[in-house]
Design a protein around this ligand. Structure first.
Ligand code: AMP
Length: 272
């Protein structure tokens, strides 16, 4: 399973990513974590990213795309991954489309955690104040001023991804202001069709997809020649494809008819 979690800082992407990796045996790919590791290690990427991150701005696309390109090829990412904090710009999303396409991989869903920014800011400010009062270490970019910049960067550069993925029929939306378990349940409902196994294709079953070969056999003229049989089997494949599309309709994020508007996003009950 390959999933993107989309949402502003503090929306709960990291928490939900943890739930997904435990449930599906996939890995979390957080560009923020990778960049912080690079900064701590003082690598060339880290040196380049440090001051940008401290200002709450976005690290250049080529840097994060190179990190992700390398990471998705690691053996532990073969079973699938949840992307947390990537992509954050349209060019990054396009680069990801290319990277996945080159590898014959597909995204299962992009989940937007919808939040109220005003309440989010108050929550994060309170959390930072509490942590500071307890003497706990906080991230250098976790202060109210930088946070406002990170929210601004989200609105300006990342929010357009909602349209990008809605137009591909991949977007699902959840109410990120709900309780953590509730958000997890909403995400599970969106992902359920993505991981549901396909019905086995045995003769005699009566599902729509099963009836397809029969329909094709009836539609195609009988022929004993090799070319005729090939034509017939092509017709059968076409009908099967149509039936499968029909069976999928309305059950997953990838829905026929989901064109360009954000309305095509699937919102689960309680979502915003
Ligand atoms: P995060 O932990 O995801 O909030 O990321 C922390 C910081 O790392 C961000 O404010 C950016 O400066 C940088 N960063 C993380 N992911 C990306 C990305 N995909 N593109 C650009 N900058 C990023």
């Amino acid at each position: 399973m390959r999933v993107i979690l989309l949402g502003p800082p503090g929306a709960g992407k990291g928490t939900q990513a943890q739930g997904l990796i435990a449930k599906h045996g996939i890995v979390q790919l957080s560009t923020g974590d990778m960049l912080r590791t690079a900064v701590a290690a003082g690598t060339p990427v880290g040196l380049r990213a440090k001051s940008i991150m401290e200002r709450g701005e976005l690290v250049p696309d080529d840097v994060v795309v190179a990190i992700i390109a390398d990471r998705i090829d690691q053996p532990d990412a073969k079973r699938g991954f949840v992307l947390d904090g990537f992509p954050r710009t349209v060019p990054q999303a396009e680069a990801l489309d290319r990277l996945l396409g080159e590898r014959g991989l597909k995204l299962d869903a992009v989940i937007e955690l919808k939040v109220d920014e005003g309440i989010l800011l108050q929550r994060i400010e309170k959390r930072i104040a509490d942590m500071t009062a307890r003497g706990e270490k906080i991230r250098s970019d976790d202060n109210p001023e930088v946070l406002k910049g990170r929210l601004f960067a989200y609105r300006e550069q990342t929010a357009p991804l909602v349209g990008h993925y809605a137009s591909k029929g991949l977007l699902g939306r959840v109410d990120g202001m709900a309780a953590v378990d509730d958000v997890s349940a909403q995400i599970s409902r969106i992902l359920a069709p993505a991981k549901a196994p396909r019905a086995p294709r045995k003769a005699g079953r009566k599902s729509t997809a099963k009836a397809a070969p029969k329909a094709a056999a009836m539609a195609a003229p009988k022929s004993k020649s090799r070319a005729g049989r090939r034509r017939k089997s092509k017709a059968a494949m076409a009908v099967k494809r149509t039936a499968r599309k029909g069976a999928r309709a309305g059950h997953g994020p990838r829905r026929p008819g989901a064109k360009t508007s954000q309305d095509s996003a699937k919102t689960v009950p309680g979502g915003g």
